[in-house]
Design a protein around this ligand. Sequence first.
Ligand SMILES: Cc1cc2nc3c(=O)[nH]c(=O)nc-3n(C[C@H](O)[C@@H](O)[C@H](O)COP(=O)(O)OP(=O)(O)OC[C@H]3O[C@@H](n4cnc5c(N)ncnc54)[C@H](O)[C@@H]3O)c2cc1C
Length: 465
Amino acid sequence: MSNARDYDLIIIGSGPAGMAAALLADRSGLSVLMLDDQPGAGGQVYRQIGPNSRNAKTFGFLGEEYFRGGDLAGKLEASGVDCIHQAHVWQITEDNEVFYSRKGAAASIRADFILMASGAQERPMPIPGWTLPGVMTVGAAQTLLKMSATGADGAVFIGTGPLFYLTIWQYLRAGFGVKAVLDTATAIPPAGAFRWILPALLQAGILAKGWAWRAEVRKRTSYQNGVRGVSLSGDGKLEKISFIDRLGKEREIKAGHAFLHQGVIPNVNLGMAAGLDYRWDEGQLCWRPVLDQHGQSSRKTVFVAGDGGGIAGASVAVTSGQLAAARIIRLGGKTPRGLPAFLRLRHWLNKAPRPFLDAMFRPPTDWIVPEDEKVIVCRCEGLTRGEIDQAAKMGVAGPNQLKSYCRAGMGRCQARMCGITVQHILAEHSGRPVRDLDYFRLRPPIRPVTVGELAMLAENDGQAI
Ligand SMILES: Cc1cc2nc3c(=O)[nH]c(=O)nc-3n(C[C@H](O)[C@@H](O)[C@H](O)COP(=O)(O)OP(=O)(O)OC[C@H]3O[C@@H](n4cnc5c(N)ncnc54)[C@H](O)[C@@H]3O)c2cc1C
């Protein structure tokens, strides 16, 4: 492949972390290429911000916070950063060659430094009936709102977390009816959360905002908290939601649409396939890369910023992107220009509420590991909890051996949906904590790549497409 050094810095992901990093690096004289798989800049939080800002009347229901993303996206557009959208990155090699596919062709480009700002995915939620037609994640429901102001009237929202309340709030403002909200969090945060309350109060505005969303959701919907034992059922599609209310009574709701959410976790596949070191985070119940204070990973020329480095939200994504870019600029022998004053302090303050939020919205155990053995865990291979139990009972040493017993994690999504659940099941069988078990060994390409795409590689060697 190409031996040319094409860019000083390649950034993967154009959410707040990637955009903030790109702007600082560009101002400081680095050549920057940004690759992102969406049609435009914005990432998850500011998805579709360009077109929606031009159509703010229709999309006003998304709220002021959302439209703040227009500032970053506008500056990015006016900058010297080369942005390629609809580019799916599927491999980063040891010498920083980045392979991606776009519109049916593949290409590779090299850089001195890579910044992975590829964000988060929603936590998979293998509860009974989660694969039924009519059931989606809350993030998917929000994507429909951001992309086309579309929704499902009369849906039931089930789960909890800041994104949960925000999306219901946006849904109501967009004029969609919400049949019920089943909140798995209790009205008063669990006792363990209060040891984090003092740092969280440094960002009292964020807590107040979340409180206001929840208060409006409570006022305008049929709302219950402390809900447990959720089960979805129906004949070929969702028809009924069963649950236990906070008084211990079994209840049922008839509905054709349910949106589920239990927080978000870092996207790990690209970083793991690139050989970065990861560790289990017990506070957030997910894998996160081992990073220093600048976001430098175990591979010294690869950095990670934003939610891909651990869940902390959009404002932390911005400051972590700037911290990483500043370090890369210095390592490249240049001086960061226009570095925000007190960046480290701002970053620390932005992060302050996170441990409280993590403790307050910790997912219930039965949303990570289903108790019912008939529940599908690996969606790609159609494997149930019972089938994974059977393989585990044969004495598998870890997820990688499990693959050869039952193919869990070997499908199209490459364990994005089942990885953490499989690990919890194996931990139960082995009596060892999850952090002591290996994760699935992920290899490039992290997404399916066609032979046709590969055939274009030689033609596009060293050139962006
Ligand atoms: C579905 C969803 C909706 C969310 N909505 C909100 C919200 O409304 N408000 C809020 O405060 N927080 C929201 N969040 C939380 C979110 O993680 C924010 O904290 C914030 O967007 C994180 O910024 P980031 O820059 O780290 O990553 P992101 O904003 O997630 O940006 C990462 C970008 O990288 C792209 N990408 C990922 N992998 C690849 C790849 N292999 N190749 C090319 N591109 C890639 C993604 O498509 C995305 O555009 C949401 C999270 C999810 C999962």
